[in-house]
Write a protein that binds this ligand. Structure first.
Ligand SMILES: [Zn+2]
Ligand SMILES: [Zn+2]
Length: 155
């Protein structure tokens, strides 16, 4: 894959490369994501951990409180604190890579908007991209090749 899928933290200590495009890209408008980013939403590229090549320092995990009780770890640069990806539900084989940390963030546009029930009212969603009040059914939305990759992760 080309250098467009490389990224890193603000100080440059953490650098990574996505070996392939992700399985799917979420734009999440939930209140947890808004609080954890200090912004209106987060854009997460869902990809196998094995396809995230660490080129620099290893980011460190920060445990987030969750309402469900399912674990959510945010991985941050030890030096500058930039969050580069999340791990949800204890699934160590998958990463939710923050698209804003790519060197070329427009390389990955959202495939779906989720938790739009808590979307900030001034945001207009694009035509033609599915949007859901809360979560959604990946089986109905993901392309077959991505579903096969997902199945390989989940068993
Ligand atoms: Zn850094
Ligand atoms: Zn969210």
């Amino acid at each position: 894959m080309s250098a467009e899928l490389e990224g890193g933290c603000a100080c440059g200590a953490v650098r990574y490369r996505l070996a392939t495009p992700p399985m799917f890209v979420h734009c999440c408008h939930c209140l947890d994501c808004q609080r954890q980013t200090g912004s209106a939403f987060v854009i997460n590229a869902l990809i196998e951990t094995a396809r995230v090549e660490i080129l620099g320092a290893e980011p460190v995990r920060h445990e987030m409180p969750t309402e469900s009780g399912r674990p959510h770890g945010i991985y941050r640069c030890r030096a500058c604190g930039t969050a580069v990806w999340s791990e949800y539900g204890g699934l160590t084989t998958a990463r939710f890579v923050r698209v804003g940390t790519l060197d070329d963030p427009p390389a990955l546009a959202p495939d779906v908007h989720i938790y739009v029930r808590s979307k900030q009212p001034w945001i207009s969603l694009p035509e033609g991209v599915p949007a859901f009040p809360a979560y959604y059914d990946a089986v109905k939305l993901w392309p077959a090749a991505s579903l096969a990759r997902r199945k390989a992760l989940l068993g």
